[in-house]
Design a protein around this ligand. Structure first.
Ligand code: IMP
Ligand code: MG
Length: 183
């Protein structure tokens, strides 16, 4: 099958196959770690929905799902650390084993806000699984138990990540051409 890169994409940083291989590793590890526990995946919308769908199908355990939606005030390409909750959890997480599923950690401000927010609800355990994180960009130290790929500190799209709500459905992680992100 021929593979066509979107015309707005300058470079593919991580291919669809590499992403799927990494997710297989992560879901195997999670399956081992959470045997006979009470796993609840909490996805951070919108970006994590693509990753969460693939990750969850690789976890061979009974699991449940919840989602939070947040928006961080800031420019199109940088978060400010001020997070607004657009959709809260549907379920109580007290005494549950919660795995927070994120697409990408950049400054780390969004995830550290969410960790504090969830911790206050007294889960039995709380860990992070993030598919990408940007090297050297974290403003706060991060303990990511299930990390995917370390990437350079550039703006990326695809595999759930958007620019202006577009490109989330690309199966790979790419960098946009300058013209596509100039607005
Ligand atoms: P942080 O608070 O700086 O860690 O930013 C995290 C959030 O910003 C992620 O959940 C994404 O929604 C968004 N984000 C960060 N970097 C990128 C990127 O390179 N492309 C698209 N969205 C990004
Ligand atoms: Mg976003």
């Amino acid at each position: 099958m021929s593979f066509e890169v979107h015309p707005d994409v300058a470079e593919v940083l991580i291919s669809a196959d590499e992403i799927q291989d990494k997710i297989n590793e992560l879901s195997k590890q999670i399956t081992e770690d959470y045997r006979s526990r009470d796993l609840l995946l909490v996805g951070v919308l919108k970006g994590a929905f693509v990753f969460m769908a693939d990750l969850a199908r690789g976890i061979k355990l009974p699991i449940e799902f919840d989602f939070m939606a947040v928006s961080s005030y800031g420019s199109a390409t940088k978060s400010s650390g001020v997070v607004r909750i657009l959709k809260d959890l549907d379920y109580e997480i007290t005494d549950r084993d919660v795995l927070l599923v994120e697409d990408i950690i950049d400054s780390g401000l969004t995830i550290s806000y969410l960790l504090r927010y969830l911790e206050a609800r007294r889960p039995r355990s709380l860990e992070i699984c993030s598919l990408f994180w940007k090297k050297g960009e974290q403003a706060v130290p991060m303990d990511v138990k299930y990390p995917g790929f370390e990437i350079p500190p550039v703006f990326v799209v695809g595999y759930g990540l958007d620019y202006d709500e577009k490109y989330r459905n690309l199966p790979y992680l790419g960098v946009l051409k300058h013209e596509a992100s100039a607005s």
